[in-house]
Design a binder for this molecule. Structure first.
Ligand code: NAD
Length: 348
């Protein structure tokens, strides 16, 4: 396996491989860029197919964090760590402490947060051996409501821009794919704004609850992206905008919380060619990292007024991206990347 020539390598500042024979830890920490501050990003535990798969995930995800934090106006760089293994069967407190020692060995250049396969109790284990960890039981709470609020503000920006509606979301038709921690809270907030909801989830209980509480119309999970609505809001899986789905979307806006919604960048162009406005995922779903940035780990006091004021900037950043995309005849995903690079590619 090589590092510098794998497709996801993007001039990363630092890549470390950690191994602890006693606990069986095998992990990668990737730091993409620290021009704006320490690299903050989740620690993921996953049964990767092989070591290269794990490395590529760490490289790709850490790069994404640089762009996300830069556009969210945070003093953070981009980093991510991955632990190779099954979180359900192979995770132990000793393994998490070994991971904590690995994080500690980088002296604060990387700060770990929760990601797939991690719980607050795992962050607590890491915190026993390193202070470079956030999202412990004493420092922050559940980021999902903050992410949902950011997505709501992003949908409002998209509706204003694309549908020329400046009077709120009353009667705007929105299809939500995924009613999990973010999607359900988003549905609640949209319902309060008078939107008409169409919802799909493999969890039929969540669908029934949304129908009951918000008058949402249940839609088959295989059809939600084809719903005749104004906004399609992916809040479940990645790569939902792909060769198969892109031509079937009837909504004029795609705006949701899911990470990596475009199967690849060309699908951003395909959406634009069909006149569909895309709210770049890492801009609209930055509420979680914004909440973390206001926590005690970073000198804040988790003040709701300050956090919500910061989340409101997601609306303004997206409005700027939409305007620039129109003015430069470029796709919104490319404009977002350019704006992020303008912020983090500081010339020393
Ligand atoms: P979650 O696991 O709580 O919810 C995901 C939901 O999607 C579940 O209810 C699941 O049943 C449903 N789902 C799975 N497959 C589906 C399918 N084929 N069709 C319809 N629904 C399906 O996750 P979450 O925390 O709500 O996050 C949702 C998305 O937003 C993820 O992509 C996540 O990476 C992203 N995100 C979340 C946060 C956050 O603060 N939680 C922050 C940034 C990005």
């Amino acid at each position: 396996m090589t590092v510098f020539s794998v497709p996801d390598f993007d001039g990363h500042e630092h890549v470390s491989f950690g191994h602890d024979p006693e606990t069986g830890l095998r992990a990668v920490i990737a730091i993409h860029n620290t021009n704006l501050g320490p690299a903050v990003g989740g620690c993921r535990m996953w049964s990767y197919a092989d070591d290269e798969d794990a490395l590529r995930d760490a490289l790709r995800l850490s790069r994404g964090m640089t762009y996300k934090s830069a556009l969210a106006g945070l003093p953070f760089g981009g980093g991510k760590s991955v632990i190779i293994g099954d979180a359900k069967t192979e995770k132990t407190p000793a393994l998490m402490q070994a991971m904590g020692r690995f994080v500690e060995s980088l002296g604060g250049r990387y700060i770990a947060a929760e990601d797939i396969g991690m719980k607050v109790s795992d962050m607590d284990e890491m915190a026993k051996v390193t202070k470079h960890v956030t999202g412990t039981s004493t420092t922050s709470g559940n980021p999902s409501p903050f992410t949902a609020y950011g997505v709501l503000r992003g949908i409002e920006a998209a509706v204003e821009h694309k549908l020329q509606r400046n009077d709120g979301l009353a009667d705007i038709r929105i299809a939500i794919q995924g009613l999990g921690a973010v999607g359900f809270d988003l549905a609640r907030r949209l319902h309060e704004k008078g939107a008409q909801l169409h919802v799909a989830d493999i969890n039929t209980e969540a669908v029934a609850k949304a129908a009951d509480m918000f008058g949402a119309t249940p839609v088959d999970t295989s059809k939600i992206h084809t719903a005749d609505v104004d906004v399609f809001s992916p809040c479940a899986l990645g790569a939902v905008i792909n060769d198969d789905t892109v031509g079937k979307i009837q909504a004029r806006i795609v705006a949701g919380s899911a990470n990596n919604q475009l199967a690849d960048d060309a699908h951003g162009a395909a959406l634009a060619a069909r006149g569909i406005l895309y709210a770049p995922d890492y801009v609209i779903n930055a509420g979680g990292i914004i909440e973390i940035a206001h926590g005690v780990d970073f000198g804040g006091n988790h003040d709701d007024v300050e956090i919500y004021a910061h989340l409101d900037q997601i609306h303004d950043t997206l409005a700027e991206i939409f305007q620039r995309a129109d003015a430069e005849s470029a796709t919104t995903n490319v404009i977002a990347d350019n704006m992020a690079e303008e912020r983090f590619r500081i010339v020393a």
